[in-house]
Design a protein around this ligand. Sequence first.
Ligand SMILES: Nc1ncnc2c1ncn2[C@@H]1O[C@H](COP(=O)(O)OP(=O)(O)OP(=O)(O)O)[C@@H](O)[C@H]1O
Length: 888
Amino acid sequence: MAESVKAKQAPQELTDKQLRFRRLVAQGAREGAVIALIALAIYLAMALVTYSPTDPGWASIGHDTSVTNYAGRTGAWLASLFIDFFGQVAFLFPLMIAGYAIMLIRRRNDAVELHWPLVMMRFGGFLLILLSASSLLSLYSVFGLGVSSGGVLGTTVSEAMIRFFNLPATTLLLIAIFLFALTVTTGLSWFRLMDQIGLWTIRLFGYLKSAFAADPEKQAHAKAAAAEKKQKAEAKKRDKQAAKAAEPPVVEDRVMPAGKRGKTADSAGSEKPGNWWQRLIGGRKQKLKRESSGDKSVVRKEPGLDGFVPEPEPEPVEFERFSSTDQAAPATPAKPARKPRQPESRPEPEAPSRSLKIEPFKKEPQTAKVDQPGRGNKQGSLLEDIESPVPPISLLDPPEEHQEKGYSEESLEHMSRLLEEKLSDFGVSVEVVEVNPGPVITRFEIKPAPGVKVSKISNLAKDLARSLAVLSVRVVEVIPGKSVVGIEIPNEEREIVRLSEVLGAPVFKDSSSPLTLALGNDIGGNPMVANLAKMPHLLVAGTTGSGKSVGVNAMLLSMLLKATPEEVRFIMVDPKMLELSIYDGIPHLLAPVVTDMKEAANALRWCVAEMERRYRLMASLGVRNIAGYNRKVKDAIAAGEPLLDPIWKPDEFLANDEQDRPELETLPFIVVVIDEFADMMMIVGKKVEELIARIAQKARAAGIHLVLATQRPSVDVITGLIKANIPTRMSFQVSSKIDSRTVLDQGGAEQLLGHGDMLYLPPGTGLPVRVHGAFVDDDEVHRVVSAWKARGEPIYVDEVLNGAEGEHLPGVPTLSEGGDNEGDALYDEAVAFVTESRRVSISSVQRKFKIGYNRAANLVEAMEASGVVSPAGHNGAREVLAPPPPRD
Ligand SMILES: Nc1ncnc2c1ncn2[C@@H]1O[C@H](COP(=O)(O)OP(=O)(O)OP(=O)(O)O)[C@@H](O)[C@H]1O
């Protein structure tokens, strides 16, 4: 074992030693090469400088045995070879060798990696320099050198070129080749050289100007200003370098805040040698542009702290650059000039040291997974299904596994900077202080600079959405408990909230009210429920396809999966004959799903009558609401002494001992759901509005609640009267801000995402809550409906659709045309029955035609009005006056 460890370590040690040895060799070789190259360069230079044609060379053997060349006989020989072949250009050889040696010294800490293509290119460049320079020297006398000082090479090449071109063309070509070759060999940039020269010229001018300035005091002042400027620029440069080091590369690469860009250009302009000519051209261009557009934003002053008004920063200029970094951020408009300067004391939004607080929304622990719809068994067992008084939640599709689908931290950082930048492009200076990623949207909390109105940010919602390339942006003007403005940006992928997820949550299960509605999840992914009993009525609006019907279905299913028909009964109105007809036949219905609008209005009228009846009942029992009433009735039944109906009236035509006062039963909540409420308003008109207002005002205590849905949230549908009486609203996506105002009394719903995304305005508050609505599909609705149908049949109340005709309801319009009961379909038959039997009483008509008391009473009254029967005598009896109809 110990041996194997040793064996393992041995190669490791060897490698280390080898490595050290190699490093030593490499270092020695490099330093040796540098010394050798320097020596060679000096030797060659010495030989060339002291070259004498009389010395013995490669082509001549001098008569003299003495050699004047400082580099000796070999030096003389080499010098003659170089001079003869390359002429005066031969001096470039020692220069090149020295240059290589210097490069090795400068890069002494870098690993030597020969990049062969580069070496070859440099070498090729050097050859071209030799060729062009020697040829030029052969043609012209430069620096006092005689013509033909280009050696054999120069003479041969220049002669050959002149044969093909003429002298000027050859000269032009050779100069071009020389300049090009110099760049290739040495990496010298001519543009940079121009910049450098320009900068030196400007500095020289400045120096001369201050030198010739008359006032020595001014001079001193100028010097101090220049020194200060330099200091500032240096500090900025240092800051920027620190920022570069601190910032994640992605962000740095992709977005550069406008202000920062501006400053970069600015400081570059003042310190860096480059771009002086660009400054001149660019600066003029900007100035012209500003003058022509009358743009005053540059001199705009932001309100400062304590009345301190910062001076406008010297206008930064954006240049066109062709670097890859610039191309990487094409979406960033270059408008740094508009960025107002922040006062010194205020942290700048793009302060590099700032670290963004990314805090996901608080998620409440959802412990109640106990009878969460079985993930494995989608359908609950049949036995469980039938046995329980209410169908189980397992009938619904199970919730989906939530995955983290939001933005990455880098993206959030990037987006917050982009947001700041975009807002500053629109002249609004803000700072993103916190980011809350949620399952569907991400909220950026921004702190506007002092003096920035929040309405200005709200008005930019559409522009922001466009410039951030997202579907929509919602501006939350007030976040309770915080002094920030929220900007909600949709995630790239959104999660679907399943109804079963909300119904399985403790908030729903722990709620004792049978009218608990599951709405969906809030922006943090926490389930949201609401109690219809407390609302007490709900208005739902949204354009087609916004998820309104799915929302209504989710609310209905949440009641159907919590309440029995003894607790809650429904009246459903569905003009479209599509959405709610699916519920036909469930035991909770008080009447078949109403599709005829006249019947729907009757149903509302019946609700008013029922409301009045319940009030009378409650008053007689001395309770204030339906809960108190039900408690009293239940207690009495439990005590074995059921209460008797205090408002029951005996039938006047029956003997008193034949009739018993009925016992009181508990009263269910009644929920009236109208799917397309605008249709009803159009067909039936004003009467509906009055009925709704009447119910809305009073029905809360009587346990009657309205859920009105409409896809036309206009003022002729959602009238002032209705709005005033229905304080709880729910708006899915609407098409305009005006529509949003009609529903919620404020904008925002037009910025929703559709598909169940909604704003819920709870009763008694002005602040809507964003909710991602629960999704429920038709299959799930079918399953729940079948489960209820298997549990029992509906017991319809006939009068619902007749509109409690006989009932006299003060202040409630009668709905039958003309207001008389001769229009009743049964009138002729009733007259025939009365005149044939020669007896008339309301109860006999009631029994004969199996109709309600009110309708029968109306028919009798109509007969009295038309003289068929006499008015009621002192004992309530009437005579039949009209003869029986003639028999055929
Ligand atoms: N909560 C939700 N989650 C995900 N998708 C949803 C949600 N609600 C609705 N949707 C999607 O939006 C589509 C339209 O919804 P829905 O039919 O409820 O719209 P609507 O407003 O009722 O339209 P219409 O008035 O024309 O009936 C649905 O088919 C569904 O795909």
